[in-house]
Design a protein around this ligand. Structure first.
Ligand code: BGC
Length: 714
């Protein structure tokens, strides 16, 4: 391929198309993630009508990969009907702070939930010949200064939390594209970050697709391509194309690097569907959007079994979001829906003649039940939220209605968690309705009236107050940097580590039925994977779904760990009165921590506790299992401390020989002090051997040290 064609292939032709060059035709890429936002012309706000599926805040709360796969398939069908070859999603950045402006586009504060759901979505979409774009790689967990800020995160937290969901999706679902983030990671723009785009993504994880830039993320085309970026969007960028060709011609950029980027774009184009469909089933997709929305609703409170409602009760509905739904967030993911269901209509249809919409909270006393709809003002790309609180007037409305009618239900619409404390103590029933997409109104009625038994679970903790959150002191950063000071203690990991009270814990959600857990047993497979088995019974009178969660802990670990980490979950339908055998599978690789001294994943030796339950704080059964660890000895060096030498069996042996020899030769000096005085010995434990060399009487000459190191590591 001609050099100029190669360069042209690596940038867009316009806002949403790649460039046709040589024999390679152009393709269309468009947002994503919860609908197909195909635009014509210059209107950057709206697209052609398409199904507005529930944003990730809601689909993430389903904890059901199978539903996400079906959503991916449906999106693929819509792309195919609209001539879109790459859909820009899913978004899987971790919800590091509840104030994150784009949290509604992301699944969870936990990388396992995000990774499992996104992988299923990607597989569904790509089964239709449409490429996914896993975004935003990486560490793009805030909107404040998102195009420049450096997210400064230590490598262990990076690997175990922020990269982990990406790793899972790349290794299990091979997305055809990955979108790099706008921000810098540890000082280097994600768009020109060789460590992320090449060393980690391709060399370690085996990514074979195209790295596409976020729109406008590229600062320097030559540096970006050198780092592993393939496609710069949007276009055209004739100057950048020329800069690439010049860089190859004058030897600054090796020719094979550009050729490879162009080849990857060409391979992507070749992989996408060729036969555009005429249409998709608009009604069926609306019904799927409704099913996912209902499954994403999380029932937080239901005192006295106030819910589900029956058609015979009179119902007062209050709050504008009942009539004017808040169903998606602002920014690039905004979809023009094919239809829009509002909750008031759906509730009225569920209880004909019994429902009135009122605006005066005094009047709420006249109905059997009052339902208050409350919503955040907005969540949007480009700006973080400033507070966890619902708007003042909404809180007033809730308080006044609850005072008037003791049978008050609150339905929330919000793209990320809001503070529910202390006002929720005054309402007997509380439903977290997130942003539910175009069929959310019907889905809310489905759950209120029990046509769907709620099974959504919190994929993010609801704190008592913002200041409790692990991210609180290190968000949103200053002077161009945001320090991820809480390290591995993201979300529930941090709340649990501090044994802090929360409003509603990670993994929590009520049902209209009840479940009992049998005792868990654990077995290790030949390749070291863990199988956890237990019986779960539906002890109530309604069919329902339980999300069985397995958390892992390791006491006495050599590294600091969160008290409990989610390592598996199963979403199981169980008929009323019956029992099911549930199996949870934990890959050995998921037990590993990132060892910063060895620069690799290590499964530690030890007795692991597997806690199985209905939320991170509702553990029903535990089982201990002995896991044989990886060989992960830290080599001893002259700079290792006396303590490190003595806690290493081989190190201790060779060192004790030296001390024994000194004692035999008359002892005295340093060796005498060390072997005789326990306090002295304790103090000396933190001394690197090489520093002891400077003390009088030290046996550690340079040669002696070299011999010791050799003997200890041989
Ligand atoms: C967003 C991406 C989006 C892209 C194209 C960017 O501003 O960060 O998520 O896919 O625009 O609209």
């Amino acid at each position: 391929m001609e050099l100029n064609d190669q360069a042209a292939l690596t940038s867009g032709a316009d806002f949403w198309s790649s460039t046709a060059a040589g024999a390679v035709p152009a393709i269309t890429l468009t947002d994503g993630p919860h609908g197909v936002r195909l635009q014509g012309g210059d209107d950057l706000l709206t697209g052609r009508p398409a199904t507005c599926f529930p944003p990730a805040v809601a689909s993430g709360s389903t904890w059901d990969p199978d539903l996400l796969r079906r959503m991916g398939e449906a999106l693929g069908d819509e792309c195919r009907a609209m001539g879109v070859q790459v859909l820009l999603g899913p978004g899987i950045n971790l919800k590091r702070t509840p104030l994150g402006g784009r949290n509604f586009e992301y699944f969870s504060e936990d990388p396992l939930v995000a990774g499992m759901l996104a992988a299923a979505w990607v597989s569904g979409l790509q089964s239709r010949g449409v490429g996914a774009s896993l975004k935003h790689f990486a560490v793009n967990s805030q909107e404040t200064d998102r195009m420049r800020v450096s997210a400064d995160v230590d490598e262990r937290s990076l690997r175990e939390l922020y990269l982990r969901a990406f790793q899972r999706v790349v290794t299990t679902a091979q997305p055809w594209t990955v979108m790099c983030a706008y921000n810098k990671v540890n000082g280097v723009y994600a768009s020109q970050n060789h460590f992320l785009l090449t060393e980690v993504l391709r060399d370690e994880w085996g990514f074979r697709g195209v790295v596409v830039s976020d729109w406008g993320a590229v600062v320097d085309r030559v540096e970006a391509v050198r780092a592993g970026l393939d496609l710069t969007m949007p276009g055209p960028d004739a100057t950048g194309d020329q800069a690439l060709a010049d860089a190859v011609n004058d030897g600054r950029l090796p020719a094979p690097i550009l050729a490879q980027a162009a080849q990857r774009v060409s391979d992507l184009v070749a992989k996408t569907f060729k036969d555009q469909a005429d249409a998709y089933d608009v009604s069926a997709h609306h019904e799927l959007a409704r099913e996912i929305a209902a499954r994403g609703i999380v029932l937080l409170k239901n005192e006295g079994d106030l819910l589900p409602l029956s058609a015979g009760q009179t119902v007062a509905v209050l709050g504008e979001p009942a009539r004017t739904p808040r169903y998606q967030g602002g920014g690039s993911s905004q979809i023009t829906p094919t239809r829009l269901d509002d909750a008031l209509t759906a509730i009225s249809e569920s209880a004909p003649g019994k429902v009135t919409f009122i605006t005066d909270p005094a009047l709420a006393a006249r109905s059997d039940v009052a339902i208050v709809f409350a919503a955040t003002e907005q969540e949007t790309e480009g700006a973080d939220r400033e507070s966890l609180d619902l708007p003042r007037e909404q809180l007033d409305l809730i308080a006044r209605v609850a005072a008037a009618n003791p049978r008050t239900v609150v339905v929330l619409s919000n793209g990320a968690v809001v503070a529910t404390s202390p006002w929720d103590s005054a309402v007997p029933a509380l439903m977290e309705g997130w942003l539910l997409g175009q069929a959310g109104g019907s889905a809310i009625a489905d759950v209120l009236f029990g046509r769907v038994n709620p099974s959504g679970r919190l994929a993010e903790t609801i704190p008592m107050k913002l200041a409790d959150h692990p991210s609180y002191l290190d968000f949103p950063g200053e002077a161009g940097h945001v320090r991820y000071g809480e390290g591995i203690h993201v979300g529930y990991r941090g709340f649990d580590a501090r044994a802090q009270e929360v409003a509603y814990p990670f993994g929590f959600g009520l049902s209209y039925t009840t479940f009992a857990y049998g005792e868990a047993t654990a077995t290790l497979s030949d390749i070291g994977d863990l199988e956890i088995r237990l019986a779960v019974s539906n002890t109530g009178s309604r069919d329902g779904r339980e999300v069985v969660q397995a958390y892992v802990s390791l006491d006495g670990s050599r590294v600091r760990r969160a008290p409990r980490e989610l390592k598996a979950f199963a979403n199981v339908p169980i008929a009323a009165g019956s029992s099911r055998e549930v199996t949870l599978h934990i890959d050995r690789a998921d037990l590993a921590y990132w060892d910063t001294k060895l620069s690799r994943w290590v499964v530690e030796n030890g007795t692991y506790t597997i806690s199985v339950g209905a939320s991170s704080r509702d553990i029903r059964t535990t089982v201990a299992v002995e896991i044989p660890g990886d060989e992960a000895r830290y080599p001893l060096t002259a700079d290792s401390t006396l303590g490190e030498w003595l806690s290493d069996p081989r190190g201790a042996e060779v060192l004790m020989d030296v001390f024994a020899k000194m004692a035999a030769e008359g002892g005295g000096g340093m060796a005498g002090a060390l072997t005789m005085d326990p306090a002295m010995l304790q103090m000396a434990m933190s001394f690197p051997l090489v520093r002891m060399a400077m003390f009088p009487g030290s046996p550690f000459t340079a040669e002696a040290l070299a011999e010791l190191v050799e003997a200890a590591n041989s």
